[in-house]
Write a protein of this length. Structure first.
Length: 220
């Protein structure tokens, strides 16, 4: 299991673009690794199709995508044709690789296994994990969905926007924040530093406690 802030494990794997070493694949970019229970399954097909459709948006943010599923590369390549047909994708190739993990070794080592979902041979399937890894190769965010629940890739884009903003600016993003929305000043920032750090201004919302911690500023 990988915890937030840990350097993500460097593994070697077979993929639809050949053998990769994960840290070489990441290099100095943001990366999203997301797992799937199996090829030729309905929910997974919708997810990979949506990720492929949104691939240009991830690329704008300097984010690489890489998927994982519990089948071999030959199966992945055949499945990709179904995914492209379902999403009406006309481009040649596919915008990101898919890792082969037939033995579940990578899924087990990264804590991706869903014990309630098994294949026809009784082997456990990987759940729908999302790992967002920073350019420093450290885990910035993880989400685990059961096999029966598809993910929202627009939400994953929103999370990337928040992570990239808050990594460099002394702000946090409130509930339902979207790119361009007001942010919140970190509680650790003293009041006397606000004019220098936030030239666009800071609005403090009064609270019954009298504590001035609800501090909003336009997105830096």
């Amino acid at each position: 299991m990988v915890n937030l802030g840990d350097i993500f494990p460097n593994f070697e794997a077979e993929t639809t673009i050949g053998t990769i070493k994960f840290h070489d694949f990441i290099k100095d970019s943001w990366t999203i690794l997301f797992s799937h229970p199996a090829d030729f399954t309905p929910v997974c097909t919708t997810e990979l199709g949506e990720a492929a459709k949104l691939a240009p948006e991830f690329k704008k943010r300097g984010v690489k995508l890489i998927a994982l599923s519990c089948d071999d590369v030959l199966s992945h390549n055949k499945w990709i044709e179904d995914i492209k047909a379902y999403m009406c994708l006309k481009d040649e190739g596919f915008p990101f690789p898919i890792i082969a993990d037939e033995k579940r070794e990578l899924g087990v080592s990264l804590g991706m296994i869903d014990p309630d979902e098994k294949d026809k041979d009784g082997l456990p399937l990987t759940c729908r994990a999302v790992f967002i890894i920073g350019p420093d190769q450290r885990l910035k965010l993880s989400m685990l969905y059961p096999a029966t629940t598809g993910r929202n890739f627009v939400e994953i884009l929103r999370v990337v926007d928040s992570l990239q903003l808050t990594m460099n600016k002394k702000v946090a993003t409130p509930v339902d924040w979207k790119n361009g929305g007001d942010c919140m000043v970190l509680p650790s920032i003293p009041s006397e530093q606000l004019p220098q750090l936030f030239p666009k201004g800071v609005v403090v919302k009064e609270m019954p406690s009298g504590k001035p911690y609800m501090r909003f500023t336009p997105e830096p």
